[in-house]
Structure formats: structure tokens, C-alpha cells
Design a protein. Structure first.
Length: 338
């Protein structure tokens, strides 16, 4: 966004007889942007109120998915209207404890194309223990929030809940930090780490030896890492800022898509809008490999994520043609502003 002084200087480069008109146009643009800001703020307030009301609906849904309670009368009446052939089961279902719907949440996540690109085979077993997702608005401001992953007792982590909190600035324009719950891994169960063989050469003798180091393994659970900007390195801060924004994008998808439409994702007929997102950024030494989901004995049943095709490259305009266009613009008395 240009500041007033910069806009003024750009207008001064235009022909004199048009400058007052252009300044007046800038006035209307400022009014328009002010109204857009107010609209965004009002929309966010309405969305926060709506999301908070939906938290009780999500709680009831999670109880049904996990089989923690029986159907109430209202739910059962709707179910038998939709499935008349199940009417005979009414008396059997109502008083009894229900079974957990197996693999519900992992199917939801894998059928959401904007999330499944971050899930690897090593994640399947723990994601099968996912009981549900929870949204909670943050106290910092109306743009900040957290998403929590709730787990059954399992062989991998001690935690019942892992959270990612996205803290924005007061205008909602920039990420300030990510506050995450690091998993407390049980012994020898941390699949986010792997042993890497590294070859080292002795500078004096030339002798080569192989040593073992602990390196990062690609996993969805790497998302549970806190991030904040550091004052020491500009390049490092740019990488951290980019990664924070990418994590924030995932949390927005979980909040606005997965939490609301998980039933449709489970059945496999909801399509993610703007399905492809760039992979969460990795440093060069641990760059994200090309992600391809393959059917294997460990993968969730009836899940076949689609491969994403790259958009076609735009044709570049030859430099000679660009020069000719620039000369033509100057002859026509343009503002000289590209």
C-alpha cells in the first residue's frame, strides 16, 4: 500500500491538466478502502460470534463420532426419517451406548485436499486416534485463535490435547507468533525424528568415516512447533514469517472448512476451495519432498487423495516488445508510472 507522499509524487509525474482529477480519484479510493476495512472488521465480529455458537454443535458431533453417548430423541427421529429402513432398530439404539465411528477424523483430513498434502504415512497411526478438533478464540484480539487436536489414549504421545495458537496483530494483517503444544513423545515413538547417516572426511588424513545424527522427519506433527521472529537475522526472520503464515493458512482451513463441514469431507463429496496450497516451508537441508499418497496396507480405507497438477507457466513477453510498448506510452503522454 502506497503512503500519501508516494501517491502525491506519482500524481505529479502525470500531465498538469489531469492532476486535480487524479487527486480527487485518490480521495474516493481512500473512502472505499476505509469502508472495506470496516466491512472486514464487522464480518470478523459476526464470524467469531457464529463460530462460538457452533462450538456447542461441534461438541455434540464429537460425542456422536466417538460413541460417548446415545442419540437423543431429536437426533433419532431425524435419522429414522432419513433412513426409514432403520426404524425397526429404534428401540435397540436409543438406550444403548454407541460404538465409535472408526477412522472418522483421519478420513476427514485425508479427503480435504488442502490438508492431506501435509500428511505422511508415519502420521496415519496417531491420526487414527484423533477424537476431534476444537476451536477457541484467543484473548489477544479478535483475529487470533487456537485449534486443538484431541486424542484417545495411544502408544505415541502422553498428551490428550495438542494445540496451535495463531496470534495476529491488532489489525489482523500480520502474524506475530505461533504458540504450539510440543508433543510429549513416549519412549522410542517420536516419528518426527530420524537417524541420518553423515559422511565426514578428516582434513589432515583424508580418511572418511560415517557418523549418525538425529534429523527431522517429514510429518504432519511438525506443525506443533512454536514460532516467533528473532531480532538477529533478517533472512531468518523472512523464513520464519513465511512459515508462520503457512501454518496460519492451515489453521484457517481447519477452522472454516474442516470443523464446519467434516461430515461432508468424511463422505468424500465436499471439494476444498482453492485446493492447492504450497507445502509448509523447510530449510534447504530438510526440504519437503514431492508429496504423493500411495495406497498401502497402512493407509485409511477408501481414501484416494487426488494429485495436484501444476498451473501452466505464463508466457514471457520478449524484451524487445516491452521496449516498444514503453516508447509508445511515452509518445502518448502517459504518467510514466508502470
Amino acid at each position: 500500500m502506497h503512503d500519501d507522499e508516494e501517491v502525491t509524487e506519482m500524481i505529479k509525474k502525470c500531465p498538469l491538466k489531469y492532476r486535480l482529477q487524479l487527486a480527487a480519484l485518490n480521495h474516493h479510493l481512500r473512502i472505499q478502502k476505509s469502508k472495506e476495512r470496516n466491512l472486514r472488521e464487522n464480518a470478523r465480529d459476526i464470524m467469531n460470534k457464529y463460530t462460538q455458537k457452533m462450538m456447542s454443535v461441534n461438541l455434540k458431533s464429537n460425542e456422536l463420532i466417538s460413541g460417548e453417548r446415545v442419540l437423543n430423541e431429536e437426533e433419532l427421529n431425524y435419522a429414522v426419517r432419513q433412513l426409514p429402513s432403520e426404524e425397526a432398530q429404534r428401540d435397540k439404539i436409543l438406550p444403548q451406548k454407541l460404538d465409535k465411528i472408526p477412522d472418522y477424523w483421519i478420513k476427514v483430513l485425508m479427503n480435504c485436499e488442502r490438508i492431506n498434502q501435509d500428511i505422511f504415512e508415519v502420521d496415519y497411526a496417531l491420526l487414527r486416534k484423533l477424537k476431534g478438533l476444537e476451536y477457541e478464540p484467543a484473548t489477544e484480539n479478535k483475529f487470533s485463535f487456537s485449534i486443538s487436536f484431541c486424542f484417545e489414549d495411544n502408544e505415541f504421545i502422553f498428551d490428550e490435547k495438542l494445540s496451535v495458537k495463531c496470534v495476529m496483530d491488532n489489525d489482523g494483517h500480520q502474524m506475530i507468533r505461533i504458540e504450539a503444544t510440543p508433543p510429549r513423545w513416549k519412549e522410542d515413538k517420536n516419528f518426527t525424528k530420524k537417524v541420518v547417516q553423515v559422511r565426514q572426511q578428516n582434513k589432515k588424513t583424508g580418511e572418511i568415516r560415517t557418523i549418525q545424527k538425529i534429523g527431522a522427519n517429514h510429518s504432519f506433527f511438525n506443525i506443533f512447533s512454536s514460532l516467533h521472529l528473532k531480532s538477529t537475522s533478517l533472512d531468518q526472520n523472512e523464513k520464519i514469517q513465511r512459515k508462520m503464515e503457512e501454518v496460519h493458512d492451515r489453521m484457517i482451513i481447519l477452522r472454516d472448512e474442516v470443523l464446519r463441514y467434516h461430515f461432508e469431507y468424511y463422505l468424500g463429496f465436499r471439494k476444498s476451495p482453492d485446493a492447492h496450497l504450497p507445502n509448509i516451508h523447510y530449510d534447504e537441508e530438510e526440504k519437503q519432498p514431492e508429496k504423493v499418497h500411495k495406497e498401502n496396507k497402512n493407509s485409511p480405507n477408501k481414501i484416494s487423495p487426488k494429485k495436484h497438477s501444476s498451473p501452466p507457466e505464463k508466457k514471457k513477453t520478449p524484451k524487445k516488445e516491452d521496449d516498444e510498448k514503453e516508447k509508445k506510452k511515452e509518445k502518448e503522454g502517459g504518467c510514466g508510472v508502470s
